[in-house]
Ligand binder design. Sequence first.
Ligand code: OXT
Ligand code: ADP
Ligand code: MG
Length: 579
Amino acid sequence: MADAATAMKPATAVEAERELTDGFHLVIEALKLNGVKTIYNVPGIPITDLGRMCQAAGIRVLSFRHEQNAGYAASIAGFLTKQPGICLTVSAPGFLNGLTALAHATTNCFPMILISGSSEREVVDLQQGDYEEMDQLAIAKPLCKAAYRVLHAQDIGIGIARAIRAAVSGRPGGVYLDLPAKLFAQVMDAEAGKKSLVKVIDAAPAQIPATAAVRRALDVLAGAKRPLIILGKGAAYAQADEAIRAFVEKSGVPFLPMSMAKGLLPDTHPQCAGAARSTVLKESDVVMLIGARLNWLLSHGKGKTWGEAPKKFIQIDIEPKEMDSNVDIAAPVVGDIGSCVTALLSAMGDKWPAAPADWTGAVAKKREENIAKMAPRFMSNAVPMDYYGALGVLRQAVKNHPDAILVNEGANALDLTRGAVDMYEPRKRIDVGTWGVMGIGMGYAIAAAVETGKPVLAIEGDSAFGFSGMEVETICRYGLPVCIVILNNDGIYRGTDVNRGGGSDPATTVFVKGARYDKMIEAFGGTGVNATTPDELRRAVADAIASGQPTLINAVIDPAAGSESGRIGNLNPQSKIKK
Ligand code: OXT
Ligand code: ADP
Ligand code: MG
């Protein structure tokens, strides 16, 4: 373009006195105008100064050791706050490092904006080999909900407004915003610059469901003999906690929380069917999905998980295209969960019939049986610890601190924790999500501490932790109240596998035996503890939460404990040909 700086060059004495602004300031003002308080970033050309200037302008800028972790932090900040989490990176390699997290945000329906500096368009388009040259916009597009590039300083306000609206409206997701290096230094008249900024009004407007859809849903529910409500992370995201609770309780229907919906109503609630999962999926006849997709985590709504009994589905979702994605939906209710559940509640009137007692009784019985079966395992004092012995301690720690945020990743470390640790409050459990991705751990822990100010307990497999482990330095640098517990069984799934070729290399799934992860955090001034018994673990976790200081506990787990792929071994193809 005939560069704004040139166009705006003051020609006269009067003009020379006119105040100017530039791309840096406009980006910062646009973010502030829209309530952005925190940015997760890794500095470098061309955004180093942007980070510095954001900090000077009162935005909190947290610098990570790797963009992927900054990106995961931004994604979960979006989930926790309903505002887009912002991740800022340098061009090509930094952008690519952040891209996994952007795709993850989109897949999980979390609002996030990845802002990356980029090389000069003229050079990139002619492929002339600019510093960190890459056509980032084209690469980001298929992996996010929307992608925009701003070339002119006067469009910064619109660009940021579009990014915010795209991230949070309708089904939330990841948005990419490409800011070429040259944009930051572009100069324009300050007054005109100020006028060009946009404060986004009603970024995520309520989407009210049709009355007929609400009626249809209630008719289907009323006709059920064995109804079930499934709460997904969309319901947790919606922050309609009171309405959801009132609806579930008024209906009297058993509810099954998906992993990140645990705690929306307490896992100890008498209607919770979490501990009777197989039974309710198989035997229910009407299933109401609230902010949960019928994807792999729900066996696509068919097959043996769902049993022989014919099912009718009611689905509440903001995304109309989600309906009939895997099986037919008898009663689609399209709208935002807060509006939909409120509409359902009021249409139920005062005389909604109780859920069939034979069904609710049978579910409660199964739940109590499963809980009773599990209980003795938590008392295990075996040394080395098995997962249950350690989890007996950790479930009590969460019970003692129901407001703490639980971050969880691994295979066995994930699946066994999900079942063992009851959650009591909404949005307190954050984990691997729709992709089952390893590496969210430390980014999530940092954002959870920063966004909520609550203590964070991160329960990590030793492999899972390794994906983001360097961020313990970040946790120490910012003095965050994060307690990391590594369930260390010396490897991926187990630490006992052997090299089937007989060579001196270890097996593909095992790590250094007896590794002391606790030493890592000591390098940065945090507290490291090696816990070999449930008692040691109990004391270490209690001290960590009480002190609020960064702590890493290496919980030594029997290397033989754990099964291949945790509870999803059925998805793992294995060769049947013996060689
Ligand atoms: O009803 P039934 O009888 O069936 O019983 C159920 C419940 O009713 C009952 N239950 C209870 N009983 C009593 N009391 C209570 N409170 C209670 N609550 C529940 O328990 C059972 C089970 O219940 P659950 O868990 O609800 O049900 P189920 O059947 O398991 O649910 C199905 C699913 C699919 C919904 C559930 O399993 C689920 O959510 N799964 C998510 C699985 C997942 O995402 N896993 C992560 C990926 S695994 C793999 O891919 C790994 N990798 C590869 C890799 C990845 N992922 N990412 C990247 C970037 N690169 C590579 C790697 C590298 S895992 C991994 C590392 C692993 O090693 P680690 O060292 O980190 O971890 P360890 O394994 O610990 O060594
Ligand atoms: P889970 O993994 O917990 O089963 P999913 O990620 O599969 O949950 O599903 C979440 C669903 O919630 C998505 O289909 C998404 O469109 C929907 N959703 C997210 N936010 C809202 C909202 N505010 N209102 C309605 N639906 C929402
Ligand atoms: Mg392990």
